[in-house]
Design a protein. Sequence first.
Length: 389
Amino acid sequence: MKVTVVSRSGREVIKGGLELSDSATVADLQEAIHKRTKKFYPARQRLTLPLPPGSKERPTVLNYKKNLKEYQDGNLDSLTILFKDLGPQVSYRTLFFFEYLGPLVLYPFFYYFPVYQFLGYKGEHTMHPVQTYALYYWCFHYFKRIMETFFVHRFSHATSPLSNVFRNCAYYWTFGSYIAYYMNHPLYTPVGDLQMKIGFGFGLVCQLANFYCHILLRNLRRPDGNGGYQIPSGFLFNIVTCANYTTEIYQWLGFNIATQTVAGYIFLVVATSIMTNWALAKHRRLKKLFDGKDGRPKYPRRWVILPPVLRGTLVTKSSLPLAAYCCLYGNHFTGREKKQAFTLQKIEGFSLFAPKRAHPSGSNASIVQVKEKGSEPWKRTPTVMCWKR
């Protein structure tokens, strides 16, 4: 079998193509490419099938375990593959280790060393108990993360782009230094003892719950990181799609209740925004995979990430390619779409979007009309259903 490897521009990556046996797998093809071009090791390669001109569909990514014959279409003697260089790669364990190591080292640096004397503060620096407990809490959290990276997590992908190391380290190391600077500052004003105990107590419970959520997720995958998608279940996963993100957010909420710094709350807001986007994407993916058709189980109705704040489902006219979801920001709902522009009708004097009818289950629901942007509403208008708090 002759395999032609080309770039998206049509240029041949391997001059003259590659000759492989009829039983060759995608992994064999990756190794053959690596032998011809040493810098393109398998983890750096992304191989897809070419799409017809003008097609807007997503290309099929080749699975390294499958036989190349499974991707042939009619011609049994040749196969054309699109090649993309993913750039230098590092293992996920390496990525996570360095991004977590920074906060673990930088925070104690501000606590133990006379940093503030070099910044112009000449007064006596006396640490409050809450600052010491915050140090223990912080270090426990990031030590737990590093231990989970090496002994708990199973990764579906072996590597990540090297550029992610710099991006993630910049995020974690900057916020770690930012929070540590204000948390250990000589002018820091501590909260009351009761508030401190409630915050750290709640946060510690959430840290332990987060660890258990990671154990449950670990058991969904085989040791090699594979196993496909499964419906998470057990513990908080019975009511929340991304319980691991939920406990992660709430443990930082506990930390901020106990420490009360602007820097800490900024970090909480940014982290919540990032994890909410991840959770919404995972929730949509699981609902699409487990649709209850062709023998597949139906994904149960659950909170997405932050009970009792964020929960939603989608009801659309099946013949329309509308990909929308709704999410709660503050005290109002907003709709978003993936491919097709649309707007939501809002009626003055109503805090949410106008309800069209009561939910058949009798739950406290608000159903809002969706219409295509710049056109008349459809005769059978699709609806987006959003649950109020």
